[in-house]
Write a protein that binds this ligand. Structure first.
Ligand code: RB5
Length: 147
């Protein structure tokens, strides 16, 4: 599986920690689109880089991070084809895959500690989309992009 990850300065440290978690998976290839230090950057630019890879198929999934996770998840969800879920608990991470088929996970570097973030990421990656009635609802979400 290919994963593109990116954060702004507010979550640089958590991004680096999440990359270490991803490195424990033999079947995951990670592309880091930045930022590469704690110099201030604009999170919509990072969201765009990660989501472009997901939409084009260059990545199977994306992970985006900013200070709260809010700004970068809002930005990600403006991009057609993206279903980005901001998760700060394990249950939501599982449901965002099972019910919403989220293709991008958002985390808040100033909100979620690395221990919890690791559980969130592992759960999110391990959970398959449930399909069935959830597929109908996800299709309705995607139809809203054309309004
Ligand atoms: C940057 O200071 C901060 O606004 C950003 O990381 C994020 O929290 C925005 O939603």
């Amino acid at each position: 599986m290919k994963i593109t990850i990116g954060s702004d300065h507010g979550a640089f440290e958590l991004k680096e920690s999440v990359k270490k978690v991803l490195a424990t998976y033999e079947d995951i290839e990670v592309k880091d689109v930045g930022t590469y230090d704690t110099t201030s950057v604009d999170y919509p630019d990072i969201a765009e880089k990660v989501c472009d890879d997901v939409v084009s198929g260059a990545a199977d999934k994306g992970i985006v991070l900013c200070g709260t996770g809010i700004g970068i998840s809002i930005a990600a969800n403006k991009i057609k084809g993206i279903r980005c879920a901001l998760c700060s608990d394990v249950y939501s991470a599982r449901m965002s895959r099972e019910h919403n088929d989220a293709n991008v996970l958002a985390l808040g570097g100033r909100v979620t500690g690395i221990g919890l973030a690791e559980e969130i990421v592992r759960t999110w990656l391990a959970t398959e989309f449930g399909g069935d009635r959830h597929e109908r609802r996800v299709n309705k979400i995607m139809a809203l992009e054309n309004k």
